[in-house]
Design a protein around this ligand. Structure first.
Ligand code: DAH
Length: 354
């Protein structure tokens, strides 16, 4: 075996290698289990002791030499690869940063979230129901039978189910979810129902689509004082005020007896609202003790159970709190408007605005 030739050839071969795969192949062909050096090592057993010693030593030296050469070649190739990669991925730090924009939370979403937060704190849970309702849930079960004058109180969008000709409505209030809940659940009941509602109406305090939050509490001994306490607590929390100028007015709803409406004082200054003071009143909710007829319509024994309910106008309280003078502006999808009145999500600092 010509050691110096093998040594020379191997080193030349390794020198000319350009990538790690080839290097591995060479390593296996010399140092792998079936590689040249390993085979020669195996053959040593057949030799005389002196020869074995001498050849063994030479083989070991050659093996170490090849191993070292392969290792330094591996480092060399890895360094070349890394440098190339760094050159390819060069960051240009002089480029201006990308102008990213944060979305904003719509004041209606913000208002609904805080209404939910406050009522959850009082033990109410959130329920919901369909926007397209049956006449039964939206009117009849709420003690508004066909031809009842109360139907005129709400300018309803009627639709007909083409398949079975059933008369349907876009719900005019969130109250039908009271019916759905009471028909499906045993008292005690304590829910709020934030959601969209629809009426054929449009001016600075009405829009054909708007939001309400219904509230319903059914138990054995609630009364009007509980209802008032609950609503006053809610409003002080919502408006973050200890003193708030409000009034309860006697009213009429077929589904409550007695019924009331609640107004908040406000003053209009130029194009904004100042709430909780001033001589004008904005109606924000209807409420009352649930009419026993409604309880019976839902299969609840009105001798054993009673409760209170309310329907709160989300846009109305948002207008007051955030000083928005025209209810229609909530839905005009004007980016400048939402940039001004919208809210930043938590944990996001607005870098460039919208
Ligand atoms: N549904 C009524 C409306 O839209 C508001 C309302 C009044 C809801 C009294 C109630 C209630 O639950 O008890 O005008």
């Amino acid at each position: 075996m010509d050691f110096s030739k093998i040594e020379k050839d191997t080193l030349e071969q390794i020198n000319s290698i350009k990538n790690l795969d080839e290097l591995e192949k060479i390593r296996l062909s010399y140092l792998g289990k079936k590689g040249l050096i390993s085979q020669e090592m195996k053959n040593l057993v057949n030799l005389e002791i002196d020869e074995k010693k001498e050849l063994g030593k030479k083989l070991n030296t050659l093996k170490n030499l090849i191993q070292n050469k392969i290792e330094s070649k591996r480092i060399e190739i890895q360094n070349i690869d890394l440098n190339k990669k760094m050159l390819d991925e060069k960051l240009d730090l002089t480029l201006p940063p990308r102008n990213y924009s944060n979305g904003k939370i719509h004041p209606i979403s913000q208002t609904i979230n805080s209404v939910i937060n406050i009522f959850s704190g009082m033990g109410f849970s959130v329920a919901d129901g369909p926007d397209i309702e049956t006449d039964f849930h939206n009117f009849t079960a709420l003690n508004i039978p066909p031809n009842h004058p109360a139907r005129e109180m709400q300018d309803t969008f009627y639709i007909t189910n083409e398949k079975n000709k059933e008369k349907l409505v876009l719900r005019t209030h969130t109250s039908p979810v009271q019916i759905r809940t009471m028909m499906n659940k045993e008292p005690p009941i304590k829910i709020i129902v934030p959601g969209r509602t629809y009426r054929c109406d449009s001016d600075s305090t009405h829009s054909p689509m708007f939001h309400q939050c219904e509230g319903l509490l059914i138990d054995k001994d609630s009364n009007m004082a509980h209802l008032k306490g609950c609503l006053i607590d809610f409003l002080k929390n919502f408006f973050e005020l200890d003193e708030l100028k409000f009034r309860f007015r006697p009213s009429y709803f077929p589904f409550t007896e007695p019924s009331a409406e609640m107004d908040i004082a406000y003053r209009k200054e130029k194009n904004t609202f100042k709430f909780g003071e001033g001589e004008d009143w904005l109606e924000i909710l209807g409420c009352g003790m649930v009419n026993p007829i409604v309880l019976e319509n839902c299969g609840i024994d009105s001798k054993n159970y009673k409760g209170f309910a309310f329907g709160l106008g989300i846009e109305r309280i948002a207008m007051l709190k955030y000083g928005i003078a025209d209810l229609r502006s909530f839905f005009e999808t004007d980016l400048r408007w939402i940039k001004h009145y919208g809210f930043n999500p938590l944990n996001l600092t607005s870098k460039s605005g919208l």
